[in-house]
Design a protein around this ligand. Structure first.
Ligand code: GCO
Ligand code: MG
Length: 437
């Protein structure tokens, strides 16, 4: 086993560095001096939602990469994959060979997919891209093909009970420069996603009362969305997230009923289990469709892309395994005229948002970026956090992702215990049956 024991190395390679098989054959002969010497994980919750940050360290002093492995519902399981399986496989490796490392880690788990492995792999992958940018003294978007736009436009979240209340809130955020608004509607007596004043993501949404009623949602929400359009007129884009809760018949009705609202897109009007219905749904409505937030594998999008049955792909870089697979997905979508809408509410960390921005700035088919309202504490823990300015995210020239991580400050925000954060995902219908959250 080749170990780099040179005196100038920042850190010697720990003895548990993997057997030669974990390394590409060429990596033991190539003259590269850079080696992975440690992989560390940090759980923190400055935004109230658990973040899992991964730091890949090297033998070059001060050269490390950061990745976001944040699956708020299974954080502890993701941490184990990184620490117990990926770390020993990576020690001693040259971080340059991202494709090889990605494929090795993906296949070393044998069983494919799922958010737990996806987020663990996604963090390692993004950290290696961050490292590569830093080593090349280039911002990540430059490595991905350079700047294709000045900035990435974002959408913000508003919610309310009546059209008047919602329009009032939109007008306030328009003054901040936003032109795109995800509108969620509070439905009397039922829990509709993203509709209450306090929530786990800090800026809005998600205090669940635990009961969902499709009939009241279908009766109340389309009318409010159309009334909002009537009141606000043109010049702003309205979005809505149905959060995977409708049947195909309800989805068809809903998509047709909101056509007068001229939505920018209607998100997750069907669940991933029902994606085969999208071609038919697409043919039945003019309402633009977006889906993909909960997909755990880029292959899940292929049917939607080849049939051109969505307008936007919602992508969560950590869950899909990082920049390596997602940049291929984005390129495929571009060839079919489909735009991107990366996921980015409060439960994607500023490291994850920085990866979104690198992709958005370099991808010709970028559509719109969901933008969390990060709290001040979160911005302090993540120096360089990208925050919307006048409704857009502006890239920086900083090498790599452009965001750092203050592990000492992060320790002041312990993550909630398992199941403390998950409760909002446990939803029931009025008949007591379990409902997709
Ligand atoms: C969105 C999403 C999120 C999810 C959350 C789950 O469109 O932003 O639906 O709000 O509910 O990311 O952890
Ligand atoms: Mg969503």
């Amino acid at each position: 086993m080749t170990t780099l024991a040179s005196a100038e190395a920042g850190q010697a390679i720990p003895p548990e560095a993997p057997a030669i098989l974990a390394r590409a054959p060429w990596s033991t002969t190539r003259e590269s001096r850079l080696r992975i010497t440690n992989v560390r994980t940090f759980m923190t919750a400055p935004q109230g939602v658990p973040y899992l940050i991964v730091r890949v360290e090297t033998n070059e002093p001060g050269l490390y990469g950061l990745g976001c492995a944040s699956d708020p519902q299974r954080t502890h399981a993701v941490r184990s994959v990184v620490e117990d399986y990926y770390r020993p496989t990576l020690l001693g490796r040259d971080p340059a060979d991202i494709e090889d490392i990605h494929r090795l880690l993906l296949n070393s788990g044998y069983w494919r997919g799922g958010s737990i492995q996806g987020n663990a792999l996604g963090a390692i992958d993004v950290a290696l891209w961050d490292l590569k940018g830093k080593a090349a003294s280039m911002p990540l978007y430059s490595l991905l093909g350079g700047q294709a736009r000045m900035h990435a436009e974002t959408y913000t979240h508003v919610h309310g009970h009546t059209a008047a209340e919602i329009v009032d809130r939109i007008e306030k955020r328009r003054d901040d420069g936003y032109r795109h608004f995800r509108v969620q509607v509070t439905v009397p007596g039922s829990d509709t996603y993203g509709t209450t004043s306090t929530g786990v993501f800090g800026q809005s949404s998600d205090l669940r009362n635990g009961t969902w009623d499709a009939l009241s949602y279908l009766t109340y929400v389309p009318k409010v969305l159309c009334d909002v359009r009537e009141l606000i007129g043109d010049g702003v884009e309205l979005l809505h997230d149905a959060h995977q809760r409708l049947s195909i018949a309800q989805a068809r009705q809903f998509a047709r009923a909101v056509e007068p609202a001229r939505l920018f897109f209607l998100e997750d009007v069907l669940a991933p289990e029902d994606i085969e219905w999208f071609p038919q749904l697409r043919a039945s409505t003019t309402t633009p469709l977006a889906v993909g937030e909960v997909f755990g594998d880029v292959h899940q999008y292929l049917r939607l892309i080849e049939t051109r049955s969505v307008d936007f792909i919602r992508i969560r870089i950590p869950t899909l395994g990082g920049i390596t697979p997602v940049r291929k997905l984005v390129a495929a979508a571009e060839l079919f005229g489909i735009r991107t809408a990366p996921h980015g509410p409060g439960d994607v960390s500023p490291v994850g948002q920085a990866a979104n921005l690198a992709l958005n700035i370099s991808a010709p088919n970028f559509g719109i970026q969901e933008a969390a309202a990060f709290r001040d504490e979160t911005i302090d823990v993540f120096p360089g956090t990208f925050v919307p300015q006048h409704g857009v995210l502006i890239p920086s020239e900083t090498p790599g992702l452009g965001v750092d991580f203050d592990e000492r400050l992060a320790a002041r925000f312990p993550a909630p215990a398992p199941l403390e954060h998950d409760r909002w995902a446990m939803l029931r219908n009025t008949d007591g049956s379990v409902q997709r959250p």
